[in-house]
Write a protein that binds this ligand. Structure first.
Ligand SMILES: *Cc1c(COP(=O)(O)O)cnc(C)c1O
Length: 387
């Protein structure tokens, strides 16, 4: 088979499974509204849970940062890319979360890949929740360690895996709020079990940080759990991009030696760090935003229940509506789009086979009437609900 045959066969397969992915360029606005081809849509697809991506304080901080520090960091953090602004922000994050150290990464994907690649060795094992994000599972597959996945949010299933003897080290991996289901991990139980067996726990709180817990400190803080490794990402409620890994002193020094995504990659621009500092302040003082988001979630769930929509138990900003078949999910998303609502159909392999869904996200930028419009339109779409 030639390269071109291989590529066209793979594309054919994707088309046949209604799984072909395409990007659609939007012309501006990533908050409450999206604009495409001159048409405005109410946006129920983003992860900008607090609406911070459009916040004047973040925009001003980024602009002022660029004026002062330029737009590029000029190199890896190990050369000249690490500035006093980076240093200060890492300390702010560590203090905020009650850790000794925080290390900035260019993205959550890079952070997860880097940590697993740097930590795991051949005799080790990774025990990961089945629904963990692709950045974690793919890194786990690539690592020399053994990967075992445990049933979603089931500590008993983790316990059975932890009991199997091993010569190396075990890392237990989960998320705070799950990206596709919007439910929350039982972090206390998972951490207690992990500790009992000498395993460390890594929590990726991409969807909890900024949104839950006192001052938006996230899922771990909310549940009173301090995992050995905490991954925060800044592409969601922080309204920006980037990530941080929180850990103890020695682990941070270890990652600085062995995390190749840090060593061989240009550091985040200082101007972006300035925007992230502004985002952190907004989040710390953001009870009004979190209240607004909570009111929107409550309005959606109450209204959805009254209409008899197939909602899940999720109480987070992520509200899936399960459809089942890929094509059916695409059809419903298309019908909503015709009514100026931007909603994503999420299909395998992002979610398990047969569980194609609408992944609705609510934010603090939505107005109550936006939620009502969404509910009415969903009610008007007849979709087949999978069991
Ligand atoms: C979005 C996401 C990531 C990736 O973060 P980026 O900063 O977008 O690369 C990692 N983990 C989870 C759970 C996510 O939802």
């Amino acid at each position: 088979m030639s390269w071109s045959e291989r590529i066209s066969n793979a594309l054919e397969e994707r088309h046949a499974a209604s799984a072909f992915r395409q990007r659609q360029a939007n012309a501006g606005g990533n908050g409450r509204w999206l604009e495409q081809n001159g048409q405005r849509y109410l946006n129920f697809s983003g992860n900008d849970y607090l609406g911070l991506s459009q916040h004047p304080a973040l925009i001003a901080a980024w602009q002022q940062g660029a004026a002062r520090y330029g737009v590029g960091s000029g190199g890896s953090g190990h050369v000249t890319g690490f500035s006093t602004v980076h240093q200060q922000f890492e300390q702010q994050l560590a203090d905020w979360q009650g850790y000794s150290r925080a290390l900035l990464f260019i993205s959550g994907f890079a952070a997860n890949q880097a940590v697993l690649a740097a930590m795991m060795q051949a005799d080790d094992r990774i025990l990961a929740d089945k629904l963990s994000h692709a950045s974690l599972l793919e890194a786990a597959v690539q690592s020399p360690a053994q990967l075992r996945r445990f049933a979603h949010n089931q500590p008993q299933a983790l316990a059975r895996l932890l009991e199997k003897p091993l010569t190396g080290e075990t890392l237990t991996v989960t998320e705070g709020v799950f990206s596709m289901d919007g439910d929350t991990a039982p972090l206390n139980d998972l951490h207690n079990l992990a500790r009992k067996h000498g395993s460390w726990l890594l929590v990726d709180d991409a969807h909890g940080i900024g949104v839950v817990g006192e001052q938006g400190r996230g899922s771990c803080w909310q549940q009173g759990v301090k995992p050995e490794l905490l991954v925060l990402t800044f592409g969601k409620a922080f309204g920006c991009s980037g990530a941080a890994v929180l850990c103890d002193e020695a682990t941070a020094d270890y990652l600085l030696q062995f995390a190749r995504h840090l060593i061989y990659s240009t550091a985040m621009p200082a101007a972006q760090v300035c925007a992230l500092q502004a985002a952190l302040t907004c989040i710390q003082q953001g009870d009004d935003l979190r209240d607004k988001l909570a009111a929107n979630i409550a309005r959606f769930k109450t209204g959805g229940r009254q209409l008899g929509l197939a909602l899940t138990p999720s109480t987070s900003a992520i509200q899936p509506v399960m459809i089942g078949e890929n094509q059916a999910a695409l059809d419903v998303a298309q019908r909503l789009r015709e009514q100026q609502l931007w909603v994503s159909a999420i299909r395998p392999p992002t979610v398990p086979p047969g569980s194609a869904r609408l992944r609705l996200t609510l934010t603090a930028a939505h107005q109550p009437e936006d939620i009502d419009i969404l509910l009415e339109s969903l009610n008007g779409c007849s979709y087949r609900v999978s069991e």
